[in-house]
Structures are given as C-alpha cells and as structure tokens.
Design a protein around this ligand. Structure first.
Ligand code: NAP
Length: 488
C-alpha cells in the first residue's frame, strides 16, 4: 500500500510501515505507510497549490469526473466488496450494501454540478448590490473511521471535490486498503494530480499535525467524540472550519401499541448490523412494561439464532480489532459488578479453524439496566444491548434525551399524536419512526450535543464545504457621498 502525494504513489519518507490485519482471523494482510510530518507537508502543499485550478475546471467537468469515479467503482465493485469482507470483517450482504451506499453518495453529490447558486441581495440604496458567492474553502482534511470505511470515504470525497476543494484524506489505520482502492478510482477517473492526496498513519501520531496545519481550511472527521474534542483544541491554531460526525447512543423506544413484529425485526438490524459497530446502532432499549415480557421472549429467541463467524457464511462478523473485543469484555464486567441479568450471549464465542483468533463477540442482551449505568451512558459500539422498562410517556422522552450523544433515535408506536410529540421532544439529529435506518444521502446526517458539529448529506451538507464571500458593488452615476467623513 502507498500514499498518494501530488499525483504519485509513494512510500512514507522514512520507509516505515504499519500492519493491516484481517479482523476475522487476526492475520496480517498488508502493510501501509506510517507517514511523517514531511509526508503531510508534501500532501497539504500539493492540495493548496492545485485547488484553484480544480475549481477553474467548472462544476460541469468536476461532475463528469466524480460521476466517472462512480462508474469505475461500479465496474469493479466485487473487488471493493471483497476488501470490505477481508479488511473490515463485513458479512457479504452488508459489504454489497455498503458498495451500493458508496455509489449512491457519489452519484447523489455529482448531481450538484451546476446547482450551487449564490445570491444577489439588494444593497442599502437602489444602485448598490451585494453578490454572495459560494466558493470552495481550499484544503480539506478528511479523517475517516473503519466502521463504514468505504461509505464514509465516498461521503467526504464526493462533496469536497464537487465544490472545488482539494483534499488530503487520512483513513482509519484499521481499514487503509479500502480507502486506497477508492482513491485510485477517483484518480483513474481524472481528478488532477495534487487535488486528491492520500496519507496513511496513526491518528495519534500525525493527527494533531494535520488538523492544526496553517494551510488547512476545513477538517471533516467521522469518528469518536474524544477525537472530535481533541481536534477542536488543536484547530485553534488555524481556525479551520470543523465538521465533526461523532458518537451515538441511540434510544430505541417500543411503546405498548407498537407493531411488535416490525419493532423486533428492526431491532435485530439496529443492534447487530455491522456487529453493533454503527453510530446509529440501538444502544438503549426502552420497552413499555405492558409488552416487555412478550417482546423480550421473542427477541431472545431471535438473537440466539444469529450465527457468528466466517463473514462469508454467517449473519454477524467480527469486531474490528482486539481492543474492541476487550472493550465488550469490560462491558460484561460492569454488568456483572452491577449484578445485571444476562438474557443471552455475553462472551467471546469459541470458533475453530481460521476464525479462532478472530475478534468475535456473541450477540448479547442484558435486562433491567439502570439509566445511570455506564451501559446506558457510554457508547458500547458492539453487539451488546441493555433493556430498561418504562410506562410513563413524558418520563420515557426524558430518559431518551438523558445522554451526552444525540445522533439517531427510534420510536415504535401506532399513535400519531405521540409521533408528532416525539418529533420535537426527542433531541436527536434523526428519529426513525417505525422503520430502520440508515440515513439517506438526501437527509442531513447531524447530531445534537456531543455528537458533533455540522453535518453531511443533502444541500445543507454540501454547503458546509463552501465559503460565502460578499461582493459589494455601487453603480451609481452620482457623486459619492460618505457619511461620517466631513469634508470629503
Ligand atoms: P476514531 O478513533 O476517532 O478515528 C477516526 C479517524 O480519526 C481515524 O482515521 C483515526 O486514525 C483518526 N484520528 C484518531 N486520532 C486522531 C487525532 N488526534 N487527530 C486526527 N485524527 C485522528 O474513531 P473510530 O474508532 O475509527 O470510529 C468509531 C467512532 O466513530 C464511533 O464513536 C462512532 O460512533 C463514530 N461514527 C460516527 C458517525 C457519524 O456519522 N456521526 C459515523 C460512523 C462512526 P487512526 O485510525 O489512525 O487512529
């Protein structure tokens, strides 16, 4: 694997590398450059030098190139699916779904060609006008996570490039190969040298340097709240615009009048899709007490049937790495310290052959979790779900909002009045009513509280990549009079 700097695929300047592992087996699959500050400087310099020329190509041409990248990905999509299985541990149908998501993002943003418009605003007199231009911000640094390692790369590259910015992409150190594959397709599609740069390496080593670099105008991160907080501190050095898509702790409310089959099916998806490693995963189940026993019984039998193991043959794959697996064991330790009842799962499954050293964990359900437990306060980001019984509507809304995170939330009820009450009362960026996610390209994916700043998707998401600039014009034939300057 290589870095892409100023149009050339190169090793890190000191030749150092890091290992890339297959999470299903724990085996090494490749190495990637452990980039240095010199590599970062070279990538940012190239991006700064070229963004003006990229903008000058015009949005129609940029749209053609971005769309072509989508076409090239579509042609070889099986390669990307294979990488998602091998490097990220996605089960095959979810790898296929993610590639669909990549294409959807790219084609959606390509549609903005010739659609970015500024404004013409009346000035203070009839011969004065203000033209509000929407210009590229300049050098965009994109930091992507491993949980949707292809979709998140597409969701940043396509809008950043469509709006005429240049990019330095640093992918997750758990999934650099997937990101490199996509970058190669954008390059092949005709993104000029220097406009799209790709630098790998540990965020803990080069992250501070990249985000505080003086030539960087915008930093877009999808990652954890801790990383987002650090970036806020470090970017005081350059005042870069920040787009921070951070953690979640989604409440999943099943009211007594819910369509139970619909809620059960959605909850299997909302918790065990991607082995629970999703920012919109259900992390807190609020069950109405009138239906709790019946719901629990059915749900336990559904999740006991989920097969875990080989991502080619199972319904749930591994966690991303050893640390993630250990973190599930820590959650179980808290559950045991708090004397909580485990209804299903709770440990690392015993697998054989190639998969015995993979980072798997059983689908797990824990009963009667107190609201104040860390199981209901901290992001778990794995296949463990806690249940909390409820009976009072207003109290349930309060419990749902009692979280530092505010990304996704779910409500299952057939009562339309409750739906409209929840629309305003549940303070989360998105609420799914009687349906599963994930978010659509045309939705604005955003969060309240510690879930971050700004958002992605829709016309609002693409506008984050643009800087408004005002042009003041006076075309009066009269002599210029300036108030407050006597004698002139
Ligand atoms: P992460 O550890 O914060 O890493 C995200 C990216 O930031 C990686 O590329 C990482 O590089 C880099 N990074 C780490 N430290 C950095 C620093 N000091 N400066 C600059 N970059 C740095 O998050 P993750 O574990 O990959 O992803 C899981 C998290 O993402 C969860 O909290 C999840 O909820 C969140 N997420 C949010 C959304 C959303 O839309 N809101 C979507 C998906 C995921 P390394 O890999 O080299 O450390």
């Amino acid at each position: 694997m290589k870095n892409l700097i100023d149009g050339k695929w190169v090793d890190s300047s000191n030749g150092n590398t890091l290992d890339d592992l297959n999470p299903s087996t724990g085996m090494k699959i490749d190495t990637f450059p452990a980039s240095t500050k010199e590599d970062v400087n070279a990538a940012i310099d190239a991006a700064e030098r070229t963004y003006g020329k990229w903008y000058d190509l015009g949005s129609k041409e940029r749209g053609r190139i971005v769309r072509k990248a989508g076409d090239l990905i579509q042609l070889k999509r099986k390669e990307l699916e294979d990488l998602l299985v091998r490097e990220c541990g996605k089960i095959r149908p979810q790898a296929q779904e993610e590639v669909n998501g990549v294409l959807d993002q790219i084609y959606y943003y390509a549609e903005f060609e010739r659609k970015i418009t500024g404004d013409l605003v009346e000035g203070d007199t009839s011969t004065r006008k203000i033209l509000q231009y929407k210009l590229p911000r300049g050098v965009v640094v994109a930091l992507t996570p491993w949980n949707f390692p292809a979709a998140m790369v597409a969701r940043k590259l396509a809008p950043a490039l469509m709006t005429g910015n240049s990019v330095v992409l640093k992918p997750s150190s758990d999934t650099p190969l997937i990101a490199e594959w996509i970058v190669r397709k954008f390059q092949e599609a005709g993104v000029p040298s220097g406009v799209l740069n790709f630098v790998t390496g540990k965020g803990s080593e080069i992250g501070d340097y990249i985000v505080s670099h003086k030539k960087v105008a915008l930093v877009t991160l999808t990652g954890s709240t801790g990383t987002g907080q650090r970036i806020i501190e470090k970017s005081s050095a350059n005042m870069a615009k920040l787009m921070l898509e951070l953690g979640g702790k989604a409440p999943f409310i099943v009211w007594k009048d819910a369509d139970m089959e619909r809620a059960l099916k959605t909850l299997v998806w909302a918790k065990f899709w991607n082995a629970g490693q999703s920012c919109i995963a259900a992390e807190r189940l609020y069950l109405h007490e009138d239906i709790a026993d019946k719901f629990k019984e059915k749900y336990v039998s559904m999740i006991k049937g989920i097969t875990v193991g080989d991502p080619e043959k199972s319904q749930m794959g591994p966690l991303i790495n050893k640390d993630a697996q250990k973190s599930m064991e820590n959650v179980m330790k808290v559950s045991s310290d708090e004397n909580l009842k485990v209804l299903s799962g709770g440990k690392v499954p015993e697998l054989s052959g190639d998969f015995k050293n993979g980072f798997f964990f059983e689908p797990t359900l824990i009963d009667n979790v107190p609201q104040k437990s860390s199981l209901f306060q901290d992001e778990i980001f794995g296949p463990i779900l806690g249940i909390h019984r409820v009976n009072d509507w207003d109290e349930t809304l309060k419990l749902a909002n009692d979280s530092q995170f505010g990304l996704a939330s779910y409500l299952f009820t057939e009562d339309s009045r409750r739906i409209f009450q929840a629309a305003e009362a549940i303070r989360f960026g998105e609420t799914y009513i009687n349906m599963p996610g994930p978010e659509s390209s045309q939705g604005y994916h955003t969060g309240f509280r510690m879930t971050g700043l700004a958002g992605e998707g829709s016309k609002y998401g693409i506008e984050e990549y643009l800087q408004i600039k005002n042009l003041y014009v006076d075309y009066s034939r009269n002599k210029l009079e300036i108030g407050g300057m006597p004698g002139f």
